[in-house]
Design a protein around this ligand. Structure first.
Ligand SMILES: Cc1cc2nc3c(=O)[nH]c(=O)nc-3n(C[C@H](O)[C@H](O)[C@H](O)COP(=O)(O)OP(=O)(O)OC[C@H]3O[C@@H](n4cnc5c(N)ncnc54)[C@H](O)[C@@H]3O)c2cc1C
Length: 401
C-alpha cells in the first residue's frame, strides 16, 4: 500500500485520530495494525489523558470504587501508532490541521473524529453550574468526593435512562446513609419488555431509590431541583445524566452537524461535508435503516473499526463499504450484585429474552471487560475486529420494520 502525490511520488499519509475512547482506540489499533508493514501511513492518536477512561464504569468511580490503571500508550504497544497527549482546542478543516492545547498544530491527510459526547447540562438553567456529571474520570472523582463527605442527606439523579438507573442503584448501594431520588420523564426500564422493566424498578425499590417518573426538571439551583408545575426536590448533590451533546468543535470547523452537534456521516462514516474527516462513536450521527444510531460502546467500537478499514480501502484507491450495525443487547447494572440484560432486535427494540440476577451480573462484567481482549486479538489479527451483527433487513434502507 502506498499513498501518492499527484506527481506519482510516494508519500506518508498522515491519519490523526482524535479521542482514545472505545471508538477512537478501536480505530487506532485496527488501522495501525493493518498498515504496520506498509511504512507509508502514519497513525497518531490524540487524547486528553494518558490513562484510558473506562466510561462504562464511571458510576463505579463516582462511588469511590477503584478502576484498573489502563495506559493508552501500552494499549497501542506494538501497533506503530503514535500517542499525543493533549486537549484538542480546534480543527481547521480547510487547512487540514488540528490544534492541541492551543500551541501544538498537527497536520493531517485524514482525520478521525472520536471525541465522544457529554451529558447535556445546557438543557436547563443551572445544570451546568450546580450539577455533577459522569463526563470524565475527573468528574466522577469529584462526585465521589462530595458523596463521601455528605454523611447524610439527598442525592438527586436526573435522567431515568440507563446511566441514571445505573448511577442511582450504585449510589444507593454504596451509600445507604444517603437518600437517592431518581427523576425522569419515563419510568426506569421503559424501553425494555414489561417484565424486565418491572425487574429494574423492583431492584431500585429494594435499594431504597425513590423513583419519580413523569417529571420534567426545569432548573437546578444550589440545594434544589425545580420541576415543571412548581414542585421542587431538595438535594445536597445533583447528578445530571440526561441527554447528550457533542462539543462545539465540529460545528466551529464548518462540518455538517445535527441538532446535538454530532457530525453527520455518509454510509462509509465520512463527514457529508468533509469526506477526509471520518466521525465515529458518540460524536457521529450515523443513519441506519432503523434511524440514527444512539451512543453506545457496542456500536461505537464497530464504527471505529469500520472507519479504519474504509481509510485503508480509500488509500488503496478502492471504494469503502457502507457501515451496517444492529444492536443486540442492553446490559444494565443495578449495583454490584444485580443486573438486567435485555436482548434486543437490531433496531434496539426489546426481544422477549432477558437475563436477571447473577447471570446478568456476570454477562455485564464480561461485556464491560471485553474491549481489552478484542483489541489484543485485533493487534495480531486485524480482521478479527470486524465481527459484529450487521442487523440484516433492519439496517437496510427502506426495509426496516
Ligand atoms: C456511567 C455510564 C455507563 C455506560 N454504560 C454503557 C453500557 O453498559 N453499554 C454501552 O454500550 N454504553 C454504555 N455507556 C455509553 C458509552 O460509555 C459511550 O457510548 C462510549 O463511551 C462512547 O465511546 P466514544 O469512544 O465515542 O467516546 P468516549 O468513550 O467518551 O471517548 C472520548 C475520548 O475523547 C477524549 N476527549 C474528549 N474531548 C477531548 C478533547 N477536546 N481533547 C482531547 N481529548 C478529548 C475523552 O477524554 C475520551 O478519552 C455508558 C456511559 C456512562 C457514562
Amino acid at each position: 500500500m502506498s499513498a501518492r502525490h499527484e506527481d506519482g511520488v510516494a508519500t506518508t499519509h498522515r491519519v490523526v485520530i482524535l479521542g482514545a475512547g472505545y471508538a477512537g482506540l478501536s480505530a487506532a489499533i485496527q488501522l495501525a495494525s493493518r498498515v504496520k508493514r506498509s511504512g507509508n501511513v502514519r497513525v497518531t492518536l490524540v487524547n486528553a489523558q494518558e490513562r484510558f477512561t473506562e466510561r462504562l464504569r464511571l458510576h463505579m468511580s463516582a462511588t469511590g470504587q477503584r478502576l484498573a490503571e489502563l495506559s493508552i500508550p501500552e494499549l497501542l504497544a506494538g501497533t506503530g501508532a503514535r500517542f499525543e497527549r493533549g486537549w484538542v482546542t480546534a480543527v481547521d478543516a480547510d487547512a487540514k490541521t488540528v490544534r492541541i492545547d492551543d500551541e501544538r498544530v498537527l497536520p493531517y491527510d485524514t482525520l478521525v473524529y472520536a471525541l465522544g459526547g457529554v451529558a447535556d447540562t445546557a438543557a436547563v438553567p443551572g445544570a451546568e453550574d450546580h450539577a455533577y456529571t459522569l463526563d470524565s474520570a475527573q468528574d466522577a472523582g469529584t462526585l465521589a468526593d462530595r458523596l463521601s463527605r455528605l454523611g447524610g442527606g439527598t442525592v438527586a439523579v436526573v435522567g431515568s435512562g440507563l446511566t441514571g438507573v445505573e448511577s442511582a442503584a450504585e449510589i444507593a448501594e454504596r451509600h445507604p446513609e444517603l437518600r437517592v431520588v431518581l427523576l425522569g420523564r419515563s419510568e426506569p426500564g421503559a424501553d425494555m419488555t414489561p417484565k424486565a422493566g418491572a425487574y429494574v424498578r423492583s431492584a431500585l425499590e429494594r435499594l431504597g431509590v425513590d423513583v419519580r417518573s413523569g417529571v420534567e426538571v426545569v432548573k437546578v439551583l444550589p440545594g434544589t431541583v425545580e420541576l415543571a408545575g412548581g414542585q421542587s426536590v431538595a438535594a445536597d448533590a445533583v447528578l445530571w445524566t440526561s441527554g447528550t451533546r457533542v462539543s462545539p468543535l465540529p460545528a466551529a470547523a464548518g462540518l455538517t452537524v445535527d441538532a446535538h452537534g454530532r457530525i453527520v456521516t455518509d454510509a462509509a462514516l465520512r463527514s457529508v461535508s468533509h469526506p477526509d474527516v471520518y466521525a465515529v462513536g458518540d460524536a457521529a450521527a450515523i443513519r441506519q435503516g432503523y434511524g440514527v444510531m444512539h451512543g453506545t460502546c457496542q456500536g461505537g467500537m464497530p464504527t471505529g473499526v469500520h472507519a479504519a478499514v474504509s481509510i485503508v480501502q480509500t488509500i488503496k484507491g478502492r471504494r469503502p463499504k457502507p457501515f451496517r450495525f444492529g444492536y443486540y443487547h442492553t446490559p444494565v447494572s443495578l449495583g454490584r450484585h444485580d443486573a438486567v440484560v435485555q436482548f434486543t432486535h437490531p433496531d434496539d427494540s426489546p426481544r422477549r429474552l432477558y437475563l436477571t440476577g447473577r447471570a446478568a451480573v456476570r454477562y455485564k462484567e464480561t461485556v464491560t471487560a471485553s474491549p481489552w481482549p478484542t483489541w489484543g486479538r485485533m493487534k495480531k489479527m486485524p480482521a478479527s475486529g470486524a465481527f459484529w451483527p450487521r442487523g440484516g433487513r433492519f439496517t437496510r434502507f427502506g426495509e426496516a420494520r
